[in-house]
Ligand binder design. Structure first.
Ligand code: ZN
Length: 295
């Protein structure tokens, strides 16, 4: 999920394997929306021999068949999910059932049945065969995937590095078309900022392949811009409180003027994530739905 978008172009290569790197093919799912841009992009890593699928996407027959056709006669060594939002992981189980491949990657969310974390956007059916901790890797014919823990967008988010190509699969953590929604309580702005800083330190990544939107060719430049953007949002929120708008519902229309109003509720979640981060740092305090500056 993401916010702050422009409209996607009309013609898109749905259910089609696009070669975008000697080791990577991209398959776009037909689930476009203000949150998914043109749709979820699944990646097939490797060629003949063995392959891995990153973010199999929504459980839609057309997309599943397109993934199976792209895998072809290769052995599917692993189905890897960056996180368990419903546009990313639901096709993992049917793909595993059709191929016998293991589901390896992010952890499942530990959701209470009716607790505050039981968000409808989460795929609660996700059952990995193996969770990859930060730095763990899997490999196949000519490829290696290394887990890079990047909590923030969700608590279980991981990116996958493909060192043979200098590619980082960034899921929803960093995308070129949009900023990432950070929705508490599972989304955490302090974690998100730390995960951005972590990617900025990685000089080995030549290009990012995100789950939505085009490849990012100058990734560290984008990450530095995103860190700046988030700090700017934080200052904007403090100014809103100073200007006599202590409630998120009053801040969002001011802060997100010109942004598709369907995205305002998600934007409000990101504002809340910033406020919780500011509260933990002692800069603001909450009383009911109202926030005040304490720092
Ligand atoms: Zn997501």
């Amino acid at each position: 999920m993401a916010a702050e978008t422009s409209a996607p172009p009309a013609e898109r290569p749905y259910a089609f394997a696009e070669p975008i790197d000697p080791l990577v093919r991209r398959v776009l799912a037909r689930n476009p929306s203000p949150f998914t841009f043109t749709g979820t992009q699944s990646y097939v890593v490797g060629g003949e021999g063995s392959v891995a699928v990153i973010d199999p996407g929504p459980d839609e027959p057309e997309h599943l068949e397109a993934l199976l056709a792209t895998i072809g006669s290769a052995q599917l060594a692993a189905i890897c999910c960056t996180h368990t939002h419903r546009d990313h992981s639901p096709a993992a189980a049917p793909l595993a059932a059709r191929t016998g491949a293991p589901i390896i990657g992010c952890a499942p969310l530990t959701l209470e049945d009716d607790g505050p974390r039981a968000d409808a956007a989460f795929d609660v059916s996700y059952r990995p065969d193996r969770v990859m901790a930060d730095g763990e890797s899997i490999s196949g014919d000519g490829w290696t995937l290394i887990a890079v823990a990047t909590p923030g967008h969700t608590s279980n988010h991981v990116c996958f590095a493909l060192p043979e190509s200098g590619v980082l699969f960034t899921g929803d953590h960093v995308m070129g078309w949009s900023t990432s929604v950070v929705s508490p309580p599972d989304g955490d702005m302090a974690d998100y900022m730390a995960s951005l800083a972590r990617l900025y330190e990685r000089e080995q990544d030549r290009v990012y392949f995100p789950a939505h939107g085009p490849a990012v060719e100058k990734p560290r430049q984008l990450v530095r811009g995103m860190i700046g953007h988030r700090k700017q949002r934080e200052r904007q929120i403090l100014r809103q409180i100073e200007a006599g708008r202590p409630r998120i519902a009053d801040m969002v229309p001011q802060m997100y003027k010109g942004v598709d109003e369907r995205l305002w509720p998600a934007a409000g979640r990101s504002v809340l994530a910033h406020l919780i981060d500011l509260e933990q740092r002692g800069a603001v305090a909450r009383s009911g739905e109202e926030w005040k500056i304490t720092g």
